[in-house]
Design a protein around this ligand. Structure first.
Ligand code: EPU
Length: 337
């Protein structure tokens, strides 16, 4: 077991924040993971896990051991005429797995094309886009307990998925390392093109009867046009969650802002945080090397050499101003390290 000491993490987080890991190691199989975890336990050292680094904001150097998950593998566990149950190892890149599924004509994840990050991170916040969430295709996952090293299968119910939420962000936070995610895909795909501008994009592509390959391409086109490519401008996708407000709160807002965009949710009305932020004139804001993206107000960006704390502070200013204008408290979606 060879640790790299004081390792720069700039290339391992999509915000491209220049922070360092005290000790850093890549693991590409379960045995070496357990070796590292055992060492950490015996030496009483803290551990931090990085997958795609696409949902973290580094505000300081990371003490202890930072483990980069490179455990790879895709295999079919079960299949019949209708479905295929696929085991994806947690270190696989999410989008590459989507492309794999789409190339085999296995439907269910095409709307989740181009989401950055790894398979292992996907259940933690129940990733979602364009009308589909991971929970819609999720079968189960296998995780290893970070204290006892015992393995456990979590079923769909046990994960307690919600909007950008799961048990791994609630009371099981920090207790498990996800090893495998099992996803159920259909061999008879039906395209889901009702969200947002997928239909318009398909029209632009001159596709009349779309297949999942077309839907995947349409989502890739929409995302690429709106969301900055992290390889060019550091960012972690949506920085905040879309808030859900009560019906009475929404009605009060609607009387003041008749055009307020909204979606009816089970527990209230969901309002796009991007709209609230844009209404407060943050869209396109730039100060030094950090700011708010010009095409999507929900995305905070590092133009070059911003510090994590600059972006954290900007997010606090945004929260305060949205709170003052709309009496809504935005919650960060990105994890602050
Ligand atoms: N809007 C604005 N200003 C903007 C952008 C959007 O007012 O700058 C308003 C518009 O009314 C638009 C509405 O917000 O119709 C929704 O915008 P969009 O479809 O771009 O989606 P979003 O709600 O901002 C969510 C997810 C994204 C996901 C898209 C598409 C969250 C926190 N974000 O964003 O997820 O790609 O829907 O499904 O739920 C991510 O989690 O990192 C992410 C990018």
């Amino acid at each position: 077991m060879q640790f790299e000491i004081n390792k720069p993490l700039k290339d391992f987080n999509t915000f491209h924040i220049d922070a360092h890991a005290e000790k850093f190691i890549c693991v590409d199989n379960e045995k070496s993971l357990i070796e590292v975890l055992t060492f950490a336990k015996q030496s009483n050292t803290s551990t931090h896990f990085i997958g795609g680094g696409s949902n973290i904001l580094l505000t300081k150097n990371i003490e202890g051991i930072t483990i980069l998950n490179q455990i790879k593998g895709i295999h079919i566990i079960e299949e019949n005429e209708e479905f295929v149950l696929v085991n994806f190892s947690s270190g696989e890149n999410w989008h590459e797995c989507v492309l794999w599924a789409v190339s085999k004509n296995y439907g269910g994840v095409e709307n989740l094309s181009l989401i950055p990050g790894t398979i292992g991170a996907s259940p933690i916040q129940n990733i979602g886009a364009y009308g589909v969430e991971l929970k819609d295709v999720f079968h189960s996952l296998e995780a290893i307990n970070l204290k006892s090293f015992e393995k456990k299968i979590f079923t769909l119910e046990e994960c307690n998925f919600g909007y950008r939420d799961s048990i791994f962000k609630q009371h099981e936070k920090g207790n498990w390392f996800i090893l495998n995610v099992r996803i159920k895909l259909t061999k008879n795909p039906v395209c889901n093109i009702h969200y947002g501008n997928i239909k318009d994009e398909l029209l632009k592509m001159k596709v009349e009867t779309p297949c999942i390959q077309d839907v995947s391409k349409a989502v890739i086109n929409i995302r690429s046009s709106k969301l900055p490519n992290p390889d060019e401008i550091g960012n972690a996708g949506s920085f905040f969650k879309n808030p859900i407000v009560s019906l009475s709160h929404f009605e009060a807002l609607k009387s003041m802002y008749p055009a307020i965009p909204h979606f009816i949710a089970t527990n209230g009305v969901k309002i796009p945080a991007a709209w609230l932020i844009e209404k407060n004139n943050w869209k396109g804001f730039k100060k030094g090397d950090f700011g708010v993206h010009k095409n999507q107000a929900l995305v905070l960006v590092n133009y070059n050499n911003a510090k994590g704390n600059d972006i954290l502070e900007l997010s606090s200013h945004i929260i305060t101003s949205v709170q003052q204008t709309f009496n809504i408290t935005l919650e960060r979606e990105v994890n602050i390290w």
